[in-house]
Design a protein around this ligand. Structure first.
Ligand code: ADP
Ligand code: MG
Length: 255
């Protein structure tokens, strides 16, 4: 029996001039799963996330979220539907505190939502206090409760990555897309990140699509792994299936 896909990417192609970044890629991400996409540099991993979040225009194919087409929608509209992301390069406000970074994420989300909230619930407004409480809660989820007053730039790298995740969570997503969250982290930081991702799924019921250059992070936590190479999906399966795939081994050896 096939569970309904939360995110359905169907035969998506993205070209940049003469470069085919994605070539007919299909991927179904099941509700409540941790789904990974791995592949060598330049394989099209970030482009895949950009195509889902509205930052890269697709040339053909379709992207559906909760059964509805989202390709062609603007990034903020896609975020409002329940998809949040982090970027490959950290994009925090370094001089602001950890708490402020998360409150900004919630506030931006709220700003867009105030009108529709007001239409449905006249007089309704989430207070600054509620934003503050929610930000503190999310920082607890990612293990940063002791760092809320620290300047973001002063955090060790691994904690900065988790702060970015908390900021993405402040937009109340159903689906979280993470672009190489483990890149450059030491192994202790990787296992802290792993724990956070697993608790997001079990405690918040979040669905996660995580990209990684190597298999180390995703092997331990993913239900399924898809492998991209030169813009094509060359393998997909459980971590064990993927690890033993000759196509995958060859793609990595050829790098
Ligand atoms: P990955 O994240 O797997 O390393 P990317 O999705 O960033 O790969 O890139 C896939 C291919 O598309 C690469 O050849 C890259 O140079 C190209 N590419 C990505 N983004 C752009 C862009 N905005 N303009 C032109 N080429 C791009
Ligand atoms: Mg990338």
């Amino acid at each position: 029996m096939m569970a309904e896909a939360l995110l359905s990417i169907d035969e998506v192609s993205v070209r940049f001039g003469g470069v085919v970044a994605l070539d007919g890629v299909s991927l179904n991400v099941k509700q409540g799963s941790i789904h990974a996409v791995i592949g060598p540099n330049g394989a099209g991993k970030s482009t895949l996330i950009n195509a889902v979040t509205g930052l890269a225009a697709i040339n053909s194919g379709s992207v559906r979220f909760l059964g509805q087409r989202i390709d062609g929608s603007a990034p903020h509209a896609i975020n409002r539907r329940g998809i949040a992301r982090t970027f490959q390069n950290t994009e925090l406000f370094g001089e602001m505190t950890v708490l402020e970074n998360v409150m900004i994420g919630a506030d931006r989300h709220l700003a867009g939502g105030l009108l529709s909230s007001a239409l449905h619930f006249p007089g309704y407004r989430r207070t600054e206090r509620a934003v503050f409480e929610e930000a503190k809660r999310l920082l607890g989820v990612v293990g940063l409760s002791d760092d809320i007053d620290t300047a973001a730039a002063a955090l060790p790298f691994g904690k900065q990555r988790r702060l970015e995740i908390a900021r993405a969570l402040a937009t109340q997503p159903k689906l979280l897309l993470l672009d190489e969250p483990a890149a450059g982290l030491r192994s202790a930081e990787v296992s802290a990140l792993n724990d956070v991702l697993i608790s997001l799924r079990t405690k918040l019921g979040l669905t996660i699509l995580v990209i990684d250059h190597v298999m180390a992070l995703v092997m331990a936590i993913s239900d399924r792994i898809a492998v991209l190479n030169f813009g094509r999906k060359i393998a997909e399966g459980t971590p064990t299936e993927v690890r033993n795939s000759p196509e995958v081994i060859e793609a990595y050896l050829g790098e």
